[in-house]
Design a protein around this ligand. Structure first.
Ligand SMILES: *[C@@H]1O[C@H](CO)[C@@H](O)[C@H](O)[C@H]1NC(C)=O
Ligand SMILES: *[C@@H]1O[C@H](CO)[C@@H](O)[C@H](O)[C@H]1NC(C)=O
Ligand SMILES: *[C@@H]1O[C@H](CO)[C@@H](O)[C@H](O)[C@H]1NC(C)=O
Ligand SMILES: *[C@@H]1O[C@H](CO)[C@@H](O)[C@H](O)[C@H]1NC(C)=O
Length: 351
């Protein structure tokens, strides 16, 4: 499931583009809309946060919870959060003991040992960069599969060996990814409050830890969230779409600005603030979008990376010089992920 995220993100991108192109066609005579869309395409940097804030302001009434219209468990888009979950496997001391600068949090399905091993053999080994400590954890829910006793047994062995497993007691499914993200933030606020930054990164991503740390050395220490930030993303209203959201769940036509889930970075004052915001913002199952909604609620703008070639949702063709410049990119397979990393870290690598 987690390996699907690359394809998922790609499809999401493509679909959103499709929606935009269709709406462009149908609104061709609507000058104001056309101007706005054009603005969006000219260069995302040209468009200031003001427009996005205006949309957010107008839509605030729709995303703020209405306590007299509570969720029902039977709603298909119900996300059981806020709710108390517990970590059945924890590493409560690790951040403090390691004096962590940046924490890498990798959501992964319990059964996906292959992805964990690939990461442990590649970017997960980079624990000391630019004189700063990088800590890494895998974030798991409970598996619903029949063979879960075997999976669980293997997990305990992995955990005893590597001490990098955090497992929380919610059912690990696609529609529960928002729960996963929120318990991750709760965990960071509680156990890593003295670290400076965290990055949530999917398990099929190539990460250049060096460039991440270098970027963070001069990054703001508060209210900072960055990644592949997207603005003006259309809400998908086709019930067959993987990211369908009915108007009853979220009424505005556009999402607030948010950083795509493949890998986003935040300063460690934010987890606590986002967890607090989540008490007031109705949860949607699309986790990255939901964080965008919570940021909007907090009135904190997303930060665009200093260059727009640092984060990639579409796999970047391997080239050592290109990979030595980026921070994160989706890869097509675990094998690519491992091979690219090994090649880039060859001693005589010219780039
Ligand atoms: C909340 O929902 C109730 C019942 O549908 C409605 O009467 C009320 O106007 C809503 N309140 C807000 C602030 O939207
Ligand atoms: C954070 O640092 C402060 C001051 O050094 C210390 O008192 C506190 O115990 C630390 N907290 C954690 C969770 O490591
Ligand atoms: C194993 O599956 C059962 C039933 O599907 C579930 O109740 C239990 O929580 C699962 N355990 C783990 C560790 O995933
Ligand atoms: C999400 O997790 C909760 C808590 O474990 C569970 O009750 C619910 O069925 C899960 N939802 C889905 C869609 O799997």
């Amino acid at each position: 499931m987690v390996e699907d995220i690359c394809i998922i993100e790609e499809q999401r991108h493509v679909k959103r583009l499709g929606v935009k192109i269709r709406s462009l066609r149908s609104c061709i005579f609507s000058i104001p809309l056309l101007v706005l869309l054009l603005f969006y395409y000219i260069d995302s940097y040209v468009l200031t946060e003001t427009w996005a804030s205006t949309v957010g302001f107008l839509s605030e009434t729709f995303i703020t919870k209405n306590e007299s219209q509570p969720w029902r468990l039977s709603d298909p888009y119900y996300v059981n959060y806020p709710q108390k979950y517990h970590f059945v496997k924890n590493e409560p001391e690790k951040c403090r003991k390691e004096n962590t600068f940046v924490v890498l949090m990798v959501p992964v399905a319990s059964g996906n040992t292959a992805a964990r091993d690939a990461i442990r053999a590649t970017w997960g080994t980079e624990k000391w960069v630019e004189n700063k400590v990088v800590s890494m954890f895998f974030l798991l829910g409970l598996s619903s599969s029949e063979e879960n006793t075997t999976v669980q047994k293997q997990l305990l062995e992995e955990s005893a060996r590597y001490h990098d497993i955090l497992q929380c007691d919610f059912l690990d499914t696609y529609h529960n990814l928002t729960i996963k993200t929120m318990v991750m933030l709760e965990w960071l606020a509680r156990y890593c409050q003295n670290a400076s930054y965290a990055m949530k990164i999917d398990s099929d991503i190539f990460l250049n830890v060096n460039n991440l740390v270098k970027m963070l050395l001069s990054a703001p220490t508060e209210n900072y969230m960055t990644g592949l930030v997207t603005r003006g993303g259309s809400v998908l209203r086709d019930p067959r779409s993987k990211w369908y959201l009915p108007k009853t769940v979220y009424a505005p036509a556009l999402y607030p600005p948010y950083a795509l889930g493949l890998g986003y970075v935040l300063s460690l004052d934010l987890p606590k603030k986002l967890v607090e915001a989540a008490k007031h913002v109705k949860a949607v199952y699309i986790e990255d979008v939901y964080l965008g909604m919570c940021m909007k609620h907090l009135g904190i703008s997303m930060t665009f990376p200093s260059r727009n070639d640092l984060f990639h949702v579409f796999p970047v063709k391997y080239n050592p010089c290109r990979y030595s410049e980026l921070i994160a990119t989706t890869t097509r397979s675990l094998r690519d992920q491992v091979e690219f990393w090994k090649d880039l870290h060859k001693p005589q690598q010219p780039c």
